[in-house]
Design a protein around this ligand. Structure first.
Ligand SMILES: [Mg+2]
Length: 395
């Protein structure tokens, strides 16, 4: 079996209502989708982040895999990585392409062998994964009432944790939003908050101390994600554990941050870290360093399924007789914000029960992709590559 054809496309959908976080507002949701087809007709799916302009670059990296045996997942991962390593795209664009292709290879290899991606990764340790609701963005010109209504809704749905945004308003106003949210959801539900890189260290520490009495589980991305000194200052002095790493790629970008405990919790994203292969490797590294591993998610059912499989094979952190979410069992972000593509693209449409999502057990990622949805939301040209790459390096 050989990889014969790779299609890369940008899909984007408009939202009925915009929402915002510390950096900006958005009125669209978008993603880049890879469709990989083998010479015997098996199709695998992958996805990553980027814009319409990213499509040709991602296709150029993915093309290096054309002609390869898709079950040689590790070999292909390192072949692509080698090709983008010394060209300054390693930090993001190259890793995004590798992430999407790696995801598709688990889908293909699983379908051809009758095994789920978790079985290919070594065998599932967990049949379901704890999740928390991500939402609670700024809406309606920063109004408080819809925030509290949304938070109460997650409690009613059975979520045991949720995460809200801070950083776009004054410290006093954002602290008040946290206080009111905690009052609305009661004391039995986990509450996290995310500044999306918007504070300097002293402001982050001032804010952490202002909200420390509200039983908060973590303070996400207090400072710029690659400003290790700033994040370390906050990690050392914050009364609330800190988290970060959603934009970091590959084991190399996590190594020093794990060794230095730049964050108490790392949050790699399967669409950027390097796919299920690298998510698994970084997860094992985090266990060895005693740093919690609670991955980020912001995509469609393709990457959510891939993240579930990756966490299914993640051992608990501190080993004991009991698995306890947030303590020694990883929790996965479960985006609940509007996303017309995610809401229509894949079967199953993942739902939680008791704040857990079942890991698919059918072959590959365990999802079906509705290609009519892809067609409907495709923007710009679909780049198709079906010839082996001539070069050993790209860009
Ligand atoms: Mg975040």
């Amino acid at each position: 079996m050989r990889i014969e054809r790779i299609e890369v496309r940008f899909v984007e959908a408009e939202l009925d209502k915009p929402f915002g976080w510390s950096q900006r507002w958005t009125d669209v949701r978008s993603v880049i989708v890879l469709k990989v087809t083998t010479d015997d007709g098996i199709v695998g799916w992958g996805e990553t982040y980027g814009s319409q302009d990213s499509v040709p670059g991602i296709a150029t990296v993915a093309q290096i895999a054309v002609g390869e045996d898709p079950s040689h997942i590790g070999k292909i991962w390192h072949k692509l990585h080698r090709a983008v390593y010394q060209s300054h795209v390693f930090a993001k664009g190259g890793a995004n392409a590798i992430s999407a292709l790696d995801t598709a290879l688990y889908d293909i290899t699983g379908k051809s062998s009758g095994k789920s991606a978790a079985e290919l990764l070594g065998g599932r340790i967990h049949d379901s994964i704890p999740v928390y609701a991500t939402g609670l963005y700024y809406v309606d010109n920063y109004a408080l009432a819809p925030l509290l209504e949304e938070a109460s809704g997650y409690v009613e749905q059975g979520f045991s944790g949720m995460k809200m945004k801070v950083g776009a308003m004054s410290l006093a106003e954002d602290a008040e939003r946290i206080k009111k949210t905690r009052e609305a959801i009661g004391g039995d539900v986990r509450l996290m908050f995310d500044a999306n890189e918007s504070y300097d260290p002293s402001t982050a520490l001032t804010f952490a101390n202002m909200v420390a009495d509200h039983d908060l589980t973590w303070f996400e991305e207090p400072c710029a994600s690659r400003d290790d000194q700033a994040n370390k200052i906050v990690q050392e002095r914050s009364p609330i554990p800190t988290s970060g790493g959603e934009s970091l790629s590959t084991r190399w970008e996590f190594t020093s941050r794990l060794a230095n405990r730049t964050f108490d919790i790392i949050q790699p994203d399967i669409c950027g870290v390097g796919g299920p292969s690298e998510m698994h490797r970084v997860g094992l590294m985090s266990q060895a360093f005693g740093v919690k591993f609670n991955p980020h998610f912001w995509g469609t059912g393709i990457s959510f399924a891939a993240a579930l499989h990756s966490l299914a094979v993640q051992p608990i952190g501190q080993i004991g007789q009991t698995n306890i979410p947030y303590h020694n069992e990883s929790v996965l972000e479960f985006d609940q914000t509007p996303h017309p593509i995610r809401e229509n693209l894949t079967e199953p449409f993942f739902t939680q029960s008791d704040s857990r999502v079942v890991v698919p057990s059918t072959p590959g990622l365990g999802i079906e992709v509705d290609e009519s949805v892809l067609e409907r939301f495709t923007r710009g040209e679909v780049v198709v590559t079906d010839k082996p790459s001539a070069g050993q390096r790209v860009f």
